[in-house]
Design a protein around this ligand. Sequence first.
Ligand SMILES: *[C@@H]1O[C@H](CO)[C@@H](O)[C@H](O)[C@H]1NC(C)=O
Ligand SMILES: *[C@@H]1O[C@H](CO)[C@@H](O)[C@H](O)[C@H]1NC(C)=O
Ligand SMILES: *[C@@H]1O[C@H](CO)[C@@H](O)[C@H](O)[C@H]1NC(C)=O
Ligand SMILES: *[C@@H]1O[C@H](CO)[C@@H](O)[C@H](O)[C@H]1NC(C)=O
Ligand SMILES: *[C@@H]1O[C@H](CO)[C@@H](O)[C@H](O)[C@H]1NC(C)=O
Ligand SMILES: *[C@@H]1O[C@H](CO)[C@@H](O)[C@H](O)[C@H]1NC(C)=O
Ligand SMILES: *[C@@H]1O[C@H](CO)[C@@H](O)[C@H](O)[C@H]1NC(C)=O
Ligand SMILES: *[C@@H]1O[C@H](CO)[C@@H](O)[C@H](O)[C@H]1NC(C)=O
Ligand SMILES: *[C@@H]1O[C@H](CO)[C@@H](O)[C@H](O)[C@H]1NC(C)=O
Ligand SMILES: *[C@@H]1O[C@H](CO)[C@@H](O)[C@H](O)[C@H]1NC(C)=O
Ligand SMILES: *[C@@H]1O[C@H](CO)[C@@H](O)[C@H](O)[C@H]1NC(C)=O
Ligand SMILES: CC(=O)N[C@H]1CO[C@H](CO)[C@@H](O)[C@@H]1O
Length: 856
Amino acid sequence: MESPAVLFLILASITFATDGVYSQNIHASENPLPVGSNVTLYSPSPVSLGVWLFNRDLIVMIFGQNISISNSWKDRVAFNATTSSLSIMSVSMEDSGVYTLEAMNLFEAQLTLSVQERISNVTMEAKATDLVEFNDTAILMCSVSTGSSLSYVWLKDDHEVTAGGNVQLSDGNTTLTIDNVTRYDQGPFKCRVFNGISHETSPSVFLNISYGPSNTTMTVMPMQMNHIHRTASNITLSCTTSTSPSATIQWMVNGLNLHKYAPQIYLHNVTEDDSGTYKCVFHNPFTNRFSSASRMIYVLDPLESVEVNNTGGPAILDKSFSLHCDVLGSVDRVQWWKNWQLLMPDSTTTFSMNNKTLTLNPVQHSDNGNYKCQAFNSVSNLTSSPYRVEVNYGPGMPTIMGPTLVKAGTNVTFSCNASSHPPSHYTWYFSDTPVATTAVYVTPPLTEDMSGMYTCQAYNNITGLNTTKHTMLTVVDPITEVHVESSTDHPREGYVYMLTCNVTGPADHVYWMKYNEEMNEDTGRIYIHNHTIMFNPLERNDTGHYKCMAVNAVGNMTSPSYNVLVNFGPDIPKIHGPAFVETGQYATFNCSAMSVPPSQFSWWFNDAEVANTSVYTTEPLTLNMSGEYTCMAYNHVMGKNSTNSKMVTVIEAIESVTIHNDTLPINTENFTLTCQVTGPYDAIYWTKHDTLLNMNASDAHMNVHTVNNTLLFTPVTVDDDGTYQCFATNKAARHGSQKHKLLVNYGPLSVSITGPSSAKPGASVSLTCSADSRPDCDFYWFFNYTTEVVDVGSVITFPATKVSYTCEARNPVTNITKSKTISFTVFGHASALHFSSQVGVTLMSVCALLLPVLFT
Ligand SMILES: *[C@@H]1O[C@H](CO)[C@@H](O)[C@H](O)[C@H]1NC(C)=O
Ligand SMILES: *[C@@H]1O[C@H](CO)[C@@H](O)[C@H](O)[C@H]1NC(C)=O
Ligand SMILES: *[C@@H]1O[C@H](CO)[C@@H](O)[C@H](O)[C@H]1NC(C)=O
Ligand SMILES: *[C@@H]1O[C@H](CO)[C@@H](O)[C@H](O)[C@H]1NC(C)=O
Ligand SMILES: *[C@@H]1O[C@H](CO)[C@@H](O)[C@H](O)[C@H]1NC(C)=O
Ligand SMILES: *[C@@H]1O[C@H](CO)[C@@H](O)[C@H](O)[C@H]1NC(C)=O
Ligand SMILES: *[C@@H]1O[C@H](CO)[C@@H](O)[C@H](O)[C@H]1NC(C)=O
Ligand SMILES: *[C@@H]1O[C@H](CO)[C@@H](O)[C@H](O)[C@H]1NC(C)=O
Ligand SMILES: *[C@@H]1O[C@H](CO)[C@@H](O)[C@H](O)[C@H]1NC(C)=O
Ligand SMILES: *[C@@H]1O[C@H](CO)[C@@H](O)[C@H](O)[C@H]1NC(C)=O
Ligand SMILES: *[C@@H]1O[C@H](CO)[C@@H](O)[C@H](O)[C@H]1NC(C)=O
Ligand SMILES: CC(=O)N[C@H]1CO[C@H](CO)[C@@H](O)[C@@H]1O
């Protein structure tokens, strides 16, 4: 055993001497490792000369192929010479330490080997688990049954708890201390233990922390400004607090226990007596702590009444006026309204300090209105009923309504009005004597001595002022009767005439009217003076209806119509009557003259009165009754007469006028009508169809002329047919003939035969002859151109034989003859009828036959 030790010393000195040796690591098959397990320590490289040391104690000496293992290790280590590794069996805690392999002159390698015990039965303990916030300290302790190389970690709610603040770890982290626990430290705590080869966590321990009460608050419902509540309202008070476990509560008012133990209390139908300081007190028996909250509660009655009072006098214009707001109840604030508008102070509107008095100074008309005051307190507001302010003023200067001039006997109404509020009282005076106490004064029936000054006085008993006004009244008697009087009943043209207007009553003026039109003075003839109108001289056209009208200040009156009829005349009469009259005729004269009244008439001839009427008809006149006939008109009122005359000449009368003709009027022959007049005449003229025959027309073709008293037709034609009359005239008259009808004879102009032109042999045949003629012709029939008349008359009847028939027509007046011949055919002998018409031969011969006279 000596030699290894010596060798070791040698080696050590060698090693010591050889400084350039590399440091190398030893690799363990397991490290740390539990007790009882095997471990192999591996060399970095095989070693041929060196030693394994444990904590500087020799385990194995390597010397080439020679191995020497220390005795104390011999049983439980094995050395592999090939790898130079060292295996240790069933290690114990004591095998923990530093293992070194020294390879001579090559390297030295080390390894610290840790052999550990397994952890088991980790437990944790608390000094106390029910703790009080702020009072208590929590102490937790962690322990294990077995294990080595232990480390501790603390967990709360699985989060690691570290030291710091009021948290401390002590006793190698096995004890956790929390000073002055808070509610936040409540929870499950665990400790966890570990070493290199194992770990284990303890069961959890719960720390229960009591806290509170704290943060206590009181809530008041309903929420009210300044905590002022209206009487009769319902109030709820509730308190809350932070506490664990739960705390007890009790309520107090003004320090007195209310014996209420719920978090809420109810105050029903509160009164002012319910006012006070309300407090809730919490108590936590675990913490033995108290907490409270308190609140002042005010209960206020609403305002009871608000009224506007007028303490001073009435509102009078320009004076000062105040209103007072009378409030029952506790009032904070007052404001005023006027006609629904908030009233603000201004130069004439002011408020007292508390607004309860409103002053208007000076009062204006615009201050009229409804005023209200409104009062406020915390729980109510109340507005007064309106107070009507009426501004009193006046009276102003009165105005008087009424006449200034009236007629006596009437009642006059005076009215007086002065602007005033309230309305004024009125008093009427006549000459300083009161006569009425009303605004309207109706006088008694007036007389002239009631003319004068009337005074109205207005008095306002509120303002105490009065005003007066005067009016003058004149009373005038009326006109009661007016009529016209004349100077004479018989006004006569050419004389002075006067009408007078007779007036009863005072007249200021008189007007005259004729036919309702006003009359004016006519300078030189008509004069108007005072009540009289004078005509100088009167004229007939002044006749008419006159009226006068009297006028004074209170009326007028017109007289009844007065009829003036002016008498005049007679003027020169006018005579109607002939200047010439035929003997044997009556002459009628008509006399008339302008005259009022109508005149009386008389007729005079040869200084003898022949009639006393206006119309005078003479006897049948003779030539010696020619001469001057005079008419006289007499107006018995005027006492005047007037005459006019007419010259009358009596001439010899025309006794007869007739028309004669000496010959018959035959067309184209000359003819004469004669006008035969018996008696002297001046002229003759003719008419045809009542129209004057105008002989003066110088018509060349005129075939009618007058010569003396004859009418010549040169010649007469059928155009002169007509009714003729001749007239003879003298200075007095015109006399006409009988009407003479002129019909001019003519023709025959043509002859014609009518009838059959053929017949059976032996048949009876009639032929008719006709001709245009005046007068009618005579007809004669001839056969076969013989001169023997076979028949007379227009119709001939004969048995049919073939023969020619001639009809001869003769005008018995003109003696003109015309004839016509026809041939007659008998059947079986001839084929057709043919007339051999002969030209009529006009035979002029005087026909002296008797003919009807054509005069009618
Ligand atoms: C030594 O180690 C080697 C390699 O691991 C191995 O082959 C050999 O068997 C070991 N020798 C002994 C005696 O155990
Ligand atoms: C665990 O440890 C506790 C206290 O240290 C002990 O009372 C208990 O018997 C142990 N349990 C075991 C199985 O070792
Ligand atoms: C907590 O401490 C306070 C004062 O520090 C004390 O009044 C109270 O009684 C204590 N609480 C407990 C439960 O000991
Ligand atoms: C306790 O634990 C801390 C970390 O939580 C650690 O730094 C400290 O070394 C430990 N103390 C002991 C003695 O194990
Ligand atoms: C615990 O808290 C109380 C009150 O907060 C304080 O007076 C006391 O000093 C605290 N204790 C510790 C150990 O911090
Ligand atoms: C309690 O009240 C305080 C102060 O009022 C506040 O800061 C705190 O957050 C409150 N705590 C709770 C739990 O309400
Ligand atoms: C107060 O409560 C009573 C009963 O609950 C109810 O009749 C009444 O109307 C309430 N008053 C008000 C002001 O709400
Ligand atoms: C409220 O109280 C008054 C008396 O204080 C009472 O007259 C009234 O009836 C009460 N109203 C209710 C709803 O209880
Ligand atoms: C206001 O008027 C009312 C009723 O008119 C009366 O009762 C009250 O006393 C008056 N107040 C004052 C201050 O005049
Ligand atoms: C008085 O009235 C005025 C106007 O309405 C208002 O502004 C003011 O608040 C009131 N003051 C008081 C004390 O009522
Ligand atoms: C006055 O009171 C009535 C109810 O009485 C309310 O409706 C109104 O809002 C109140 N006015 C003010 C200004 O408070
Ligand atoms: C835990 C383990 O593997 N143990 C073994 C250590 O070595 C001896 C001998 O070689 C064995 O018999 C053990 O079983």
